[in-house]
Design a protein around this ligand. Structure first.
Ligand code: FAD
Length: 609
């Protein structure tokens, strides 16, 4: 016979009035003994309060922000029979707060596997406090932080090197090639200053070796840092067996070749950092001339040369960065984009500058156009397009290309790691939902990086990784960044952060904008970059900066100042009265702020404020 049992706050030491900072359950949920109900936070510790009863939650009597003490009723649970409470069950597990010394690792939740149906009952080859699945920028940063905070940490990674997409086949190799392209482009522009260089001779094999060396330096550094922290790396493909075990199919070689051996790792807590993969359009045939960004970065040659004609499918940042590299290497490039504009994130005024500077790179930019068929023939890849109604006309009949880059987006790997065996929720699209502390629906399993959502950027992954590791180690941490900057490392670079004018307009938020044209910057003129600009966006009421965009060389290096200004709640006076070095491109941020408060003397007279 069922009965209603009250679940109360157990003895939590000397604390009588502590706030609930997180709630993991809701009415209707099934709950087991020892499953976490909520987290309480005193000034000394955070404590997970586990359930002392098993059954279905009929009522939750607290909410986040409520203050509770020993004996406060948290839940009413409908139990079968006596709702047996084993001795010791339901005791609050204190996690040392931030002030705890790093040498005293946090108490990790006791493995609950045995309590769950379908739990793995076998033995483990390895045990750890923290297992990090995936060694991309999110994963290795989380693992290193967890180890630094005293947790015995294991990384499971299928590839030979740490660093994930970013270091191996993303941010870093693309920037190594973009830098080379920039030097070539700049050398060409020097003709206007009376300096003429010979046409560059490009040795693609040597260029590939240079890029690989850059990557190798960084990945070797990561391996050393893992060793230095005693973080054990298990090489193989990890799959959850249950909420406390991951099975690793060991891999070897330069790819993911399985050796046939397996290892089981038992963990107290886990951070899922399994990242994302390039989207492959189903109707495009498998052919060595069709590549994703990884293939494009391999710089495959035909007769020792870059392909003569390339189609980039997708006009986002990754596609445009690779288009920049290939066009500088001599490839003629077409871009096809289903939406009505390239580079969707920033305001159109920034993209317009980019478009003007890059018009010579492209034979054809097809907007509002779909790629509907691709045929691989001996003489090339023949592609058929379909223009949307009212869109720019698509080319009639199939067009021939030597190479196609699929850059139509990335999809999260959430559906490929056996998350369901651990009870971790994964959305239909493969994302893993998390709360502000990067916890999944299973409280001792966290997720970070590309797998938890957009924007899919390395700096977001790293930040989230630190938060997850700190929370797991008992620190008071949460992801509370106001903004995440984005940068297209094209030529010129386009960097933006926070509100765009377009977004503010959509939301009906009142803003003021101030733009400093680089035509008025001595350094930009000297550098041949007088086409650029720096724009700041302010809240019209508070006058605090809430967004910004920079277009021009090194925009990505400079946008950090705008991020800091937003995070610190700076207004135009704060930024404008900060003395920036002259002559620099960076001073255009200070000058844009001066434009905002009407004190800029580097542009024609302004209306008095
Ligand atoms: P990932 O880097 O994807 O790492 C996930 C890791 O998990 C991988 O190493 C993978 O092998 C491993 N893994 C997955 N499943 C398993 C499993 N079952 N078992 C074992 N291991 C597993 N971002 C920027 O911020 N700046 C840039 O300039 C930039 N440029 C980019 C350029 C390109 C061409 C690309 C493709 C991406 C770029 N990005 C850039 C995006 C950036 O690379 C990602 O946002 C970042 O790598 C995400 O980090 P992550 O830790 O979430 O996952």
């Amino acid at each position: 016979m069922s009965q209603i049992v009250e679940v109360k706050v157990p003895d939590i030491g000397d604390f009588s009035d502590v706030p609930v900072i997180e709630l993991f359950v809701k009415a209707g949920d099934a709950i087991k003994v020892d499953e976490s109900i909520c987290t309480l936070e005193s000034d000394k510790a955070t404590m997970d309060v586990p359930s002392s009863a098993e059954g279905v939650i009929r009522e939750v009597l607290v909410k986040v922000g409520d203050r509770v003490g020993e004996g406060a009723v948290l839940l009413k649970v409908e139990t079968e029979g006596a709702g047996a409470t084993p001795a010791g069950a339901g005791e609050a597990k204190a996690i040392p707060a931030a002030t705890a010394p790093a040498s005293a690792p946090a108490a990790t939740p006791a493995p609950t596997a045995a309590a769950r149906p379908g739990a793995y009952a076998g033995s483990a080859d390895l045990e750890c406090d923290m297992l990090v699945l995936g060694a991309g920028p999110g994963g290795y940063s989380a693992a290193f932080r967890a180890a630094d905070l005293g947790l015995k940490t294991v990384i499971v990674e299928r590839y030979a090197t740490l660093g994930g997409v970013c270091l191996n086949v993303g941010c870093i190799p693309s920037k190594a090639l973009l830098h080379v392209a920039q030097v070539i482009d700049e050398a060409g522009h020097m003709a206007a200053a009376g300096i003429t260089f010979a046409k560059p001779a490009v040795d693609l094999d040597a260029l590939r070796a240079h890029k690989d060396k850059v990557v190798g330096k960084l990945t070797a550094g990561l391996a050393g840092m893992a060793k230095g922290r005693k973080v054990e790396v298990v090489r193989g493909l990890g799959t959850f067996l249950d909420a406390n075990h991951v099975e690793v199919e060991l891999t070897s070689g330069s790819g993911q070749d399985k050796t046939g051996e397996k290892k089981v790792v038992r963990f107290g807590q886990c951070i899922i950092a399994a990242g994302s993969a390039a989207v492959h359009l189903p109707f495009i045939p498998k052919d060595p001339r069709v590549v994703d960004s990884t293939g494009a970065l391999e710089l495959r040659t035909s007769g020792g040369k870059a392909p003569a004609k390339m189609l980039v499918i997708g006009g986002g940042i990754i596609g445009l960065e690779m288009a920049t590299v290939y066009s500088t290497l001599g490839t003629r490039v077409d871009v096809v984009e289903m939406l009505d504009a390239l580079m969707q994130g920033p305001d159109r005024d920034a993209v317009k500058v980019w478009e003007k500077q890059n018009a010579q790179r492209f034979d054809n930019i097809m907007l509002k156009t779909k790629t509907v068929a691709v045929e691989a023939k001996d003489d090339g890849l023949w592609v058929t397009f379909e223009g949307a109604e009212g869109g720019k006309s698509a080319p009639q009949g199939p067009q021939r290309y030597d190479m196609i880059l699929q850059a139509a987006g990335r999809s999260p790997n959430g559906g490929k790691i056996g998350a369901e065996n651990a009870g971790v929720v994964v959305t239909d699209r493969g994302f893993i939902p998390v709360d502000g502390q990067m916890r999944t629906n299973v409280p001792h399993i966290f997720a970070i990086g590309d797998i938890v959502g957009n924007p899919m950027l390395a700096h977001k992954a790293v930040h989230e990784g630190h938060v997850a590791a700190e929370v797991a180690a008992g620190q008071k941490a949460a992801f509370d960044a106001t903004v995440i900057p984005s940068v297209a490392y094209t030529h010129p670079e386009v960097a933006w952060v926070g509100y765009t004018e377009e977004q503010a307009k959509k939301e009906g938020r009142k803003i003021e904008t101030a733009k400093f044209p680089w035509a008025a910057s001595g350094r930009a003129i000297a550098n041949g970059a007088d086409y650029g600009f720096t724009k700041l966006i302010f809240d019209a009421e508070t006058h605090r900066v809430i967004g910004g965009a920079i277009v021009g060389p090194s925009a990505g290096d400079m946008i950090g100042e705008v991020c800091l200004a937003i995070e610190m709640g700076a207004d135009a006076v704060d930024i404008g009265k900060t003395i920036h070095p002259h002559p620099t491109l960076g001073e255009t941020i200070g000058l844009a702020a001066e434009v905002a408060h009407g004190s800029c003397t580097d542009i024609p007279p302004m209306r008095r404020k």
